[in-house]
Design a protein around this ligand. Structure first.
Ligand SMILES: Nc1nc2c(c(=O)[nH]1)N[C@H]1C(S)=C(S)[C@@H](COP(=O)(O)OP(=O)(O)OC[C@H]3O[C@@H](n4cnc5c(N)ncnc54)[C@H](O)[C@@H]3O)O[C@H]1N2
Ligand code: MOO
Length: 432
């Protein structure tokens, strides 16, 4: 897609494509990280195990199951020894010593059966298991004494209730393909092969710099004109959810030098910088002031909220490659909507998510709404009891409480000036 510079107003699609192109090198680099696989390690650092994907095909070091074993509590036999057995003409076999799960199994002599428990090895020579319920006596001991002979009323099919070595996966075969998202079954089968460590994609490391002379840390005492920082928390949460690691280093100053000092300190450790605030038309716009001279472009995307945006890649201390930079506007709703549209799908794709995009619903509006025709407006909403979309709060980008009580982002595209009650519109579910 052709992309105009940000000095001209860009469409949402153009800007999204620009952000995608900016992060393309990250998609190609696929840096690996070793991840220990053990219940203790998982319990100690549960977050390390969420939203992980394999960097390469993982080959199984062993057969699964690792040896032929029984699927039932019963008797291991040679099927041929029981040819002709019938309810009115049962065949009796003497017993070899019982084989429990965890035992080694000695070979089975012809004409003999051996009690086997579920998961116990099938002795060589045996080719079928007859469940305990199908023999006489239907128990392993009677009156406290082990049974020493068993009657079979039918011949089993060869292979009945035998779980062969390698019937789930063979040593050397691909256990899980590169890119497989890891969850319960995947971690379980990896552990089952005996592997203790795997190579997963390193998470995208993101530095978030909320800016503004007025922002203060929650819990601190506010002086007149100051506010608590919402953007640090909302982007930290959104990025963790998108499978990233996050460092938040606020710049509580409108001084460009202070912002540049933060970048110098942290740029080497991250893959992406997100700044928030300081990009519009004010007298002191710290992000613009600091980053425009380094080549970051600032301008407008035809959307509301989230109009003012910045994008670029800067040379930074201790880095060989330029650091990608995405600059969001400071209003909290603008920042989070910008994240949803421009970064979340890309970051989730980088993290290997099977469904990187938000689920889409199409539903009628509960009431009419006006929208600026030149902009793609994104409103917050939820489904009412009739399945219609009701908007929550107004269009203004300071209404974070309304956002926090919504389950939909409602799209009113460019060209739409008014949508009537009952008109169907597209919305993204944000409550999954
Ligand atoms: N003359 C114009 N003024 C503005 C324009 C414009 O085109 N011409 N655009 C408006 C739009 S749209 C937006 S969006 C904002 C973007 O402004 P900035 O990115 O420069 O952001 P700030 O001015 O720093 O902050 C905006 C607003 O958000 C509050 N804020 C900032 N950071 C935080 C934070 N971490 N937590 C909570 N709230 C935060 C800040 O106090 C401001 O109220 O510009 C409009 N103005
Ligand atoms: O574009 Mo701003 O984000 O509307 O308030």
């Amino acid at each position: 897609m052709e992309r105009r510079p940000l000095s001209a107003v860009r469409s949402v699609e153009e800007h999204r494509a620009a952000v995608e192109a900016l992060l393309e090198p990250l998609a190609r680099s696929r840096v690996a990280e070793a991840l220990p696989v053990s219940p203790a390690a998982m319990a100690a650092a549960p977050d390390r195990y969420r939203a992980r994907v394999l960097v390469d095909d993982l080959r199984s070091p062993s057969d699964l199951p690792p040896f032929d074993n029984s699927q039932m509590d019963g008797y291991a036999v040679r099927a041929a020894d029981l040819t002709g057995a019938a309810p009115d003409a049962p065949l009796r076999l003497p017993l070899a010593p019982q084989i429990n799960a965890g035992d080694a199994a000695p070979p089975l002599a012809p004409g003999v059966a051996a009690a086997v428990m579920t998961g116990a090895p099938i002795p060589s020579g045996a080719d079928a298991v007859v469940p305990i319920e199908h023999v006489e006596p239907p128990r392993f001991s009677t009156a406290g004494a082990p049974v020493d002979e068993v009657a079979f009323a039918a011949a089993p099919h060869p292979e009945a209730f035998v779980r062969r070595a390698g019937s789930d996966v063979r040593a050397g075969d691909v256990l899980l393909a590169a890119g497989t998202p890891l969850a319960a079954a995947q971690y379980g089968v990896i552990a089952g092969t005996g592997l203790r460590e795997i190579a997963v994609l390193r998470r995208t490391r993101v530095l978030v710099v909320p800016t503004g002379h007025e922002i203060r840390e929650p819990g601190s005492r506010l002086e007149p004109g100051q506010i608590y920082d919402s953007n640090g928390a909302l982007l930290a949460s959104a990025l963790l959810d998108a499978g990233c690691t996050v460092a938040v280093k606020p710049c509580r100053s409108d001084d460009a030098e202070r912002l540049l000092a933060i970048l110098t300190e942290h740029a080497a450790e991250v893959d992406l910088l997100i700044t928030v605030g300081g990009v519009s038309a004010g007298a002191r716009e710290v992000v613009r002031d600091a980053l425009a001279p380094l080549g970051v472009q600032f301008g407008s995307v035809a959307m509301q909220p989230g109009g003012p945006q910045g994008i670029g890649a800067i040379a930074a201390a201790d880095r060989d490659e330029r650091l990608p930079v995405v600059s969001f506007p400071g209003n909290p709703v603008s920042a989070l909507v910008s994240f949803e549209l421009f970064l979340r799908p890309i970051l989730r794709r980088l993290a290997g998510a099977a469904r990187p995009e938000r689920p889409v619903v199409h539903a009628p509006l509960a009431a009419a709404v006006d929208s600026p025709a030149a902009k793609h407006q994104i409103r917050r909403g939820r489904l009412d009891d009739d399945g219609a979309i009701e908007l929550v709060g107004g269009a203004s980008s300071h209404l974070l409480h309304s956002y926090a009580n919504s389950s939909l982002l409602v799209h009113l595209p460019v060209g739409l000036e008014r949508a009537g009650a009952g008109d169907r519109v597209e919305a993204w579910r944000i409550d999954d």
